[in-house]
Design a protein around this ligand. Sequence first.
Ligand code: F6R
Length: 610
Amino acid sequence: MCGIIAYTGHRPAVPVIMEGLHRLEYRGYDSSGVCFVRNRELRVVRAEGKLNILEDKLAGMDISLATTGMGHTRWATHGAPTENNAHPHLSFKRNLAIVHNGIIENYRECKDILLDKGYLFFSETDTEVLANLIADEQVEGMPLIRAFARALEKADGAYAVALLSPEEPDTIYAARQSAPLLIGSGAGENFAASDIPAFLPYTRDVIFLEDGELARITPSGVDVFSIADLKPVLKTMTRIEWDLQAAQKGGYKHFMLKEIFEQPRAVADCFAGRVDAKRSAVRIPELEGRPVPSRLRIVACGTSRHAGLWSRSLMESWAGIPTTVETASEFRYRNALLTPGESLLVISQSGETADTLAALRLVKEKGAASIGICNVIGSSIAREADTVIFTQAGPEISVASTKAMSAQMTVLMLMALYWGETNGTLSREIRNRALAELADIPAGLSGVLPTLESEAADLAARFASCKGMFFLGRGQSFPLALEGALKVKELSYIHAEGYASGEMKHGPIALIDPDFPSFFILPHDAHFAKTLSNLEEVAARKGPVIALTNPPKDGMEIRGGESWLLPEAWGPLSSFFMLPALQLFSYKAAAFLGKDVDQPRNLAKSVTVE
Ligand code: F6R
């Protein structure tokens, strides 16, 4: 996720900005840049790669006189991670520069209009389009703030933007819509940044910008307006008492918890730019012009494999593509036969998992087409797959994967809709319903996560000391059961089994006793009645039962055990609530047992060995 820091005050701006960028490094980035005003001209310095490369470029420059400037670390979304695509981006008229975090969904349409008006573009980014959109709004005598607000009104999507212009060399403008941006208020100096650590050494007084707000920031003050009508908005100041490490975790105790809470954003970002404004068509440019696979072979490891398993029924029922899902470490050694027209789909958060990468190379050697789903731009799988679709989850720092899986599920669901549409196997009703309901998931999830966290803590306190536990589900709840068990094992070192609920009675049911609880993933779906029978079988053997289910309604009551009630959602979308509940339970169980949540023993974030 990109990082923004802007400064205006009495100190040389560039060193303050560079320090701020270093403090935002944890967000991940692949290029960086700064800009400042000198002799009433904008100076922009950018570099591909790590911040020391940018620092080397700045070393030979006279930067000491600039007391206002902005910096950016870029996590590439539109366009490769090159110097040219790095921020800040200048308008074609070179009269303003912006840094941006987020995605401008309608940037192609805006770019076409600007191209017709004679604007030239020097990068592949949506950010440069926004810079020119602002420049285009400027007419003689119009204050810059108005042009900025008018351009933002035309831009759909998510953004945090900071703007600097030599016309007002001591002023930073900053605006936000669905992407983080806050203001640090100091004595004779002020800041705008993506996150508090960027300015924490200078001030602890913070103003949180809300969606639809725009700030004018000068050394002596901060004024906030509504973007829609530029009416002033009264803001309050919050004093931050966290230390730096806590601030990097956004006030959460662990990165894992922060990342669980980032899932609404991850889902929204994967959706953004891939679905049209009417929520009636999916656009995946990375798949355009490629034949729909006649069969799909999904290969991945761990959590990413569970996302693949979750998608199988969507690929089959919506897209009409026979699909198998395999563990990469097994697939690579069994000389698998691929049929003509079959494509490999590799899923990997890191893009560096050795077995998944080996499977990809093997299939490429056999001449089959390959598609990657990855979270890390520039990773090996992203570079080597024939085409790659990026999940927009932002960097995942906690070793246990959480938000990457929600992002993978979102992308997989969009792919199934896209292929279903192309294949003519999907009804318009299902497509429209799926898109409308998926669009509502981020808000629904944001609303319920705090409650789930406290309910998970209560369950964890009661069950974390058991000798083992089952996670059981059927259909799309089966991969969630596998994921629930994996999370419990890796974080709290409690033995947990993930099983298909119908398979229980073929042996594992012998484990059931009062010290061996079973978590049933039991949404109100087509499998409810069957899975409920399995639940009753366990309850009858005196095994504690916890059903992750929806509020009871006629014919769907649960007898036996206790229920953990989660919001009901249409079709496969209930998984977007079940998954975070499972993640929170495993997190709370590990925290209850005093385990190292972010760095569990024996594990590494990316498994680059066999
Ligand atoms: C579990 C976990 C692992 C990874 C697996 C694959 O929490 O993080 O199971 O999912 O190592 O990693 P990627 O997705 O990077 O290929």
